[in-house]
Write a protein that binds this ligand. Sequence first.
Ligand code: KIV
Length: 267
Amino acid sequence: MKKYSIPRLVKTKGKRKLVCLTAYDVFSATMIQESSVDMILVGDTLGHVIQGRQSTLPVTLEHIIYHADIVVRNAPDRLVIADMPFGSFGVSTEETVRHCVHVMKESGAGAVKMEGTDASILESIAQLNRIGVPVMGHLGFRPQSVNVYGYKIDGKTDDDANRLIEEAQALAEAGVFAMVLECVIEEVAQKITESVPVLTIGIGSGRYTDGQVLVFHDILGMTQGRLPSFVRQYANLSEVAQQAIENWAEDVRNSQYPSDQEIYQVK
Ligand code: KIV
């Protein structure tokens, strides 16, 4: 697949569905580089799937830069979007812009993502656009604000639906090229998709967004515990890996490993 171009990706709106998957390391990046997936999100979900934390809040700028740098080098033809972690944006426009530029410079990511539509965030998005940093927004359920709003499906009431549509329009006017819609009622996600000229990438938001994103570890069965109902698991790599580990352990115990071919000998 050819190297990405954000304007070219945006032009696909309404013509074909875009596919986005998270990645954090050499394995996930290489798999995606060899696939037809359009975009990679180095999400702060790395707090869960890589660091084993209960929330995404402890993820730092340094963590995102570390993982985004690995992904960019191993998926050079894909648009890599670096997720701005909790507390790294929204305090002031100046600080947000400085942190986003730092992430782009240090990791080589092609864009950044920020949750929310606070006035300071909208101002930062416009400023970032002026200086060459493409931004993806994030509406609906926002994991970084879980302590304020809890876990909820957004857009259930008319008020919530109208607020979401207004927020999406504000993001588009500020200059995002795309926005993630997380856990938004399908009908509302569809209205948003039809009312903004930029890409909507859904996760748990139904069928009518411009594209879909899921977590790499979730679709491949590399996580433990219950998955959200919108996740479709396409493989069970945990089971395969567990079995492989047990097979090797058994071979070691039975002196079946190493074999003649697996040792160094003087000829
Ligand atoms: O952090 C992340 O991986 C995300 C996606 C799940 C949308 O924000």
